[in-house]
Write a protein that binds this ligand. Structure first.
Ligand SMILES: *[C@@H]1O[C@H](CO)[C@@H](O)[C@H](O)[C@H]1NC(C)=O
Ligand SMILES: *[C@@H]1O[C@H](CO)[C@@H](O)[C@H](O)[C@H]1NC(C)=O
Ligand SMILES: *[C@@H]1O[C@H](CO)[C@@H](O)[C@H](O)[C@H]1NC(C)=O
Ligand SMILES: *[C@@H]1O[C@H](CO)[C@@H](O)[C@H](O)[C@H]1NC(C)=O
Ligand SMILES: *[C@@H]1O[C@H](CO)[C@@H](O)[C@H](O)[C@H]1NC(C)=O
Ligand SMILES: *[C@@H]1O[C@H](CO)[C@@H](O)[C@H](O)[C@H]1NC(C)=O
Ligand SMILES: *[C@@H]1O[C@H](CO)[C@@H](O)[C@H](O)[C@H]1NC(C)=O
Ligand SMILES: *[C@@H]1O[C@H](CO)[C@@H](O)[C@H](O)[C@H]1NC(C)=O
Ligand SMILES: *[C@@H]1O[C@H](CO)[C@@H](O)[C@H](O)[C@H]1NC(C)=O
Length: 460
């Protein structure tokens, strides 16, 4: 009997906390594609994945309208650009909430309002001091308008940390710790909100695949563990290690009790030739294991915060063909734009009957030469503009395609663009240059050189 009572109390606590913050992941509904289904169709797809919540990166009225009277909890976002306007002007903040939130509340279950997206990572330090004042103003506006169920936060990437290993040694970056993070934590603690965190073991692993084990990054390690010598805590996957680093960094600033909300996590199902480990097999493995991990009862949580429910959003609903950057950026979807699944997944449970996956083919680094060529020639105007941009960069980038030179013929925009892209990328790849050109370029391992014209290449 003595044993039963505490157990009962525990399970009651447990139930109430898990109804408030479901452990079942939600999904990030990004819209940076020109071939995505309309909102009502997308929401049907979200429901078919059994997601509990959905995060959008704006306040699209079409989407918020389509979400009316569904049971999906919704996270919306203040765009980074207007953070300074909000931080300096309560009236502006009130109007923003009135125009963008109020019309959809309460029939759309808006529960989270993120003030900006990875503000520290993607804006200049002129915006940073505006972040926390903007969060306070938005919270105040919500209160004035009686929207009490909406938590205010902001999403952060792992680069807010200066050190993250071992987790117990983690700390926020010195340039933001005292001025921005500490007041932010004060706000989050006082309003019982969350630290919204974007966590990508993929990027950590891909930047150092020789020292980090792939299975450790995919929640698949049976025999690999990492012990934090500061605490003795044992880690069996990279995700827990990264999340605990943030808990420890917050504790270091005096806030051990703030909960983390995984604002994004996921693994790309494809990418460029020079990117490692981005494939359907790994994406399915990571995301399925992630669902299993966060919904596993009763041992939720991480080594530093056992038992704490970790609410989350998986990134992302669709492959988004208009996201800039390396190919992986356009391949995080659980679904293709036509709505079919890239691989079987179910966000609700530990299902194990899935169809067989294609074997991974790029889990070790690519070895050889890569060229960057024109991907499509359907829009000559756009291609000519990209060609002219590439030629304006670097040293003698386009000399060989000038009239009379060895790569001039065949004299077509498509051919010249392919040469220019290869020449540009060969010079700029090691400085962060990408083979993308708004989707006009792609990598190839097949040498496009012809006759005496040799295309520059990247050798890996
Ligand atoms: C949602 O439900 C409310 C209350 O039942 C109703 O008044 C409203 O018309 C519904 N809206 C939509 C878009 O279905
Ligand atoms: C926000 O502030 C900037 C700079 O003061 C201004 O140019 C811009 O028009 C403002 N945005 C809105 C939506 O009012
Ligand atoms: C504050 O925002 C309101 C609403 O957008 C605007 O009318 C007003 O001019 C702004 N005040 C200042 C000082 O910019
Ligand atoms: C902001 O960044 C610039 C360079 O990017 C730097 O010179 C300046 O010191 C920074 N300002 C603050 C307040 O950190
Ligand atoms: C954070 O919030 C908790 C619970 O409301 C409170 O007990 C604690 O004192 C707060 N921490 C700080 C550093 O303000
Ligand atoms: C872990 O197990 C795998 C497969 O059983 C084996 O290939 C690998 O060498 C082991 N790794 C370590 C660190 O023991
Ligand atoms: C959807 O798109 C994918 C990727 O382009 C393709 O493989 C699949 O066959 C398409 N499915 C349907 C039903 O059209
Ligand atoms: C090429 O792209 C531009 C910009 O998107 C567009 O305005 C133009 O209509 C396109 N031209 C053709 C021929 O598709
Ligand atoms: C172009 O040449 C200059 C001088 O040799 C050099 O400093 C610069 O790094 C070169 N640029 C590229 C893109 O290679």
């Amino acid at each position: 009997m003595a044993l039963l009572i505490p157990l009962l109390v525990f399970s009651m606590l447990f139930t109430s906390s898990s109804t408030e913050f479901s452990a079942q992941p939600g999904i990030c509904y990004g819209q940076l594609g020109n071939n995505l289904p309309p909102p009502h169709k997308s929401i049907k797809l979200i429901k078919s994945l059994k997601a509990k919540r959905v995060k959008i990166y704006d306040t699209s009225p079409q989407i918020l309208h389509a979400l009316k009277n569904t049971s999906l909890h919704v996270s919306i976002m203040v765009p980074n650009q207007i953070i300074p306007n909000i931080s300096t002007n309560q009236t502006f903040s009130n109007q923003w909430v009135q125009n963008n939130v109020l019309p959809f509340y309460p029939h759309t279950l808006i529960r989270y309002l993120l003030v900006g997206n990875e503000v520290i990572t993607s804006t200049t330090n002129l915006t940073w001091p505006h972040l926390v004042p903007a969060m306070r103003k938005i919270k105040h506006s919500l209160k004035l308008l009686g929207l009490r169920k909406v938590k205010v936060g902001t999403s952060s990437a792992m680069d807010v940390l200066e050190t993250s290993f071992p987790p117990s040694n983690a700390a926020f970056r010195k340039d933001i710790s005292a001025q921005i993070i500490k007041p932010m934590l004060g706000f989050l603690n006082r309003t019982k909100s969350f630290f919204f965190l974007d966590v990508y073991p993929f990027f950590a692993w891909a930047s150092d695949p020789t020292n980090i084990n792939l299975d450790y990054a995919l929640f698949e390690s049976r025999n690999i563990s990492v012990t934090d010598t500061g605490t003795g805590l044992v880690y069996t996957n990279l995700f827990d290690q990264m999340v605990d680093a943030v808990y420890f960094a917050m504790a270091r600033l005096g806030y051990p009790g703030i909960r983390i909300f995984i604002a994004e996590t996921g693994w790309p199902n494809g990418g460029d030739i020079d990117q490692i480990g981005a494939n359907i097999y790994n994406a399915a493995t990571y995301n399925r294991n992630f669902v299993k991990k966060v919904t596993k009862k009763p041992d939720f949580g991480t080594p530093a915060r056992p038992g704490w429910v970790l609410p989350s959003f998986l990134f992302a609903l669709f492959n988004e063909n208009q996201k800039p950057g390396p190919g992986t950026e356009r391949h995080f979807g659980l679904l293709y734009p036509n709505g079919s699944r890239v691989y079987d997944i179910d966000l609700s449970e530990r299902r194990s009957k899935f169809r067989k996956l294609p074997p991974p083919e790029n889990n070790s680094p690519f070895k050889g030469r890569i060229w960057c060529v024109a991907a499509r020639g359907d829009n000559a105007t756009l291609l000519a503009a990209a060609l002219s941009y590439a030629c304006s960069q670097g040293n003698r980038t386009c000399d060989p395609i000038q009239p009379g030179k060895r790569c001039f013929k065949p004299d077509s925009v498509l051919w010249h663009a392919s040469y220019a892209f290869s020449s540009y990328w060969a010079q700029f790849r090691n400085r962060g240059g990408t083979c993308y050109f708004n989707g006009l370029a792609m990598q190839t391992a097949k040498d496009p050189s012809y006759g005496s014209c040799k295309f520059p290449s990247v050798r890996l």
